[in-house]
Design a protein around this ligand. Structure first.
Ligand code: GLY
Length: 405
């Protein structure tokens, strides 16, 4: 979830002071801005997104959540509230409401969040950060009321039940074969725990998050700073038993969305802790991505950096959108050429995703915004389709970009 509210407030205040002291209106101020093209494109994209999300809303069964859309058979695929993607639809609607003021976005977000709320009691998934913090967390930032706070605290409590001190990590996936499976994606669920400690003053949630981040840092990464997707720990000793993939090309390949989750996850963990070692980890992941010879010029990664059929391999717009959002935040924590490199990468991604190749024509794509993401190639599932989380992180990245300018 985007963290730049305070930052943007400061930026807004500074901007107002600048405008008062220098005279020009914001519109005039932007005439000579080299980024005027991208900012205007973002405004246009937000309007397109509102139109698209009304289309999506109108085809959604009442208690279902959008996953993807298959154009060849005009089929919207949905899930129940317990699937890991359920928070992205309301989260996107809330950001679109913030950006455009369209009340229908807020009303639809609140409607679907009534269906989502029961997942606060779900102890069978590690994805409660995605599901609850990207939705109720966003709503709480807009309007910090007691009811939303209690939903989030209960969600954090449920997530914390999946932490095993011997392993030092939150279990990602349950197994009936005694495996203790932890995936790199799980770094994305820690924001909810840090939030809970800040709200309650009880350090236990943050301690779990710190321990999980440390264990992941120690075991998930390779010498080249790429990460494995799945680690299998021995629950009784905490020893690593297996390092493998589920969604990547091979056990020792670099699955693109996994690298993006790591980049975003350690950047957010640095924001929540201000512990330099997490910033260093995020910078190392950034280095792996940006120095990878298989990262295309347009910065939309192939679905796996080691996919065998590069340059003909499928691209993954979802990984690109997550990277854009993460690089924008990371740029705020470093300086000089390094910061410029991260911003330039994010800009390139945003420009590419805003072009005809990736941005849906209004009225198409089942109401989703972006085309060409990849869910799970090894299972031949969700291949070259829109995905709800690609849209979420694209809108978040555009919102972050606006707030930084
Ligand atoms: N967290 C599952 C995925 O990235 O597909």
């Amino acid at each position: 979830m985007h963290p730049f509210r305070l930052c943007s407030l400061v930026a807004l205040v500074s901007l107002s002071l600048l405008l008062v002291s220098c005279g020009p209106t914001r519109t005039q101020d932007r005439v000579d801005d080299p980024e005027i093209g991208l900012l205007d494109t973002i405004e246009r994209n937000m309007e397109i997104a509102v139109t698209q999300y009304k289309l999506l809303r109108d085809s959604l069964p009442a208690d279902r959540f959008p996953k993807t859309y298959y154009a060849d058979r005009n089929e919207l695929e949905t899930s129940g509230s317990g699937w890991w993607v359920s928070g992205f639809y309301p989260g996107t609607l809330l950001m679109l409401y913030q950006e455009t003021g369209d009340e229908e976005m807020l009303a639809e977000a609140k409607r679907i969040m009534q269906v989502l709320e029961k997942e606060k009691n779900n102890t069978s998934t590690h994805d409660l950060g995605f599901m609850m913090y990207d939705s109720f967390g966003e709503l709480y930032e807009m309007n910090p009321d007691e009811e939303t706070k209690q939903i989030l605290l209960k969600s954090a409590e449920s997530l914390a039940t999946r932490f095993e001190p011997t392993v030092g990590a939150i279990k990602s996936w349950d197994s009936d074969q005694g495996d203790y499976l932890v995936i790199i994606d799980n770094m994305m669920n820690l924001e909810l725990l840090y939030w809970a400690s800040r709200e309650t003053g009880d350090p236990k949630y943050a301690e779990i998050a710190n321990t999980h981040a440390n264990t992941t840092m120690a075991n998930h990464f390779r010498p080249d700073n790429s990460s494995y997707h799945v680690l299998n720990y021995n629950k009784d000793t905490g020893a690593v038993q297996e390092k493998k993939t589920a969604q990547g090309y091979a056990d020792d390949s670099a699955w693109s969305r996994g690298q993006a989750w790591g980049l975003y996850g350690y950047t957010a963990t640095y924001r929540d802790t201000k512990d330099e070692k997490y910033l260093e980890q995020a910078r190392k992941i950034a280095d792996f991505i940006l120095s990878n010879p298989n990262l295309p010029e347009d910065r939309i990664p192939y679905w796996d950096y080691d996919a065998p059929d590069i340059p003909n391999a499928m691209r993954d717009a979802s990984a690109a959108a997550i990277m854009a959002s993460a690089f924008l935040e990371l740029s705020e924590y470093v300086e000089g050429d390094e910061a410029n490199r991260y911003v330039t990468t994010a800009e390139t991604i945003l420009r590419t995703l805003s072009g005809d190749d990736y941005l849906a024509e209004t009225g198409t794509n089942g109401g989703f915004l972006l085309k060409h993401s990849v869910g799970h190639i090894p299972q031949n599932s969700e291949v070259d389709v829109p995905l709800t989380y690609a849209d979420f992180y694209f809108v978040e990245a555009m919102q972050r970009y606006k707030q930084m300018h």
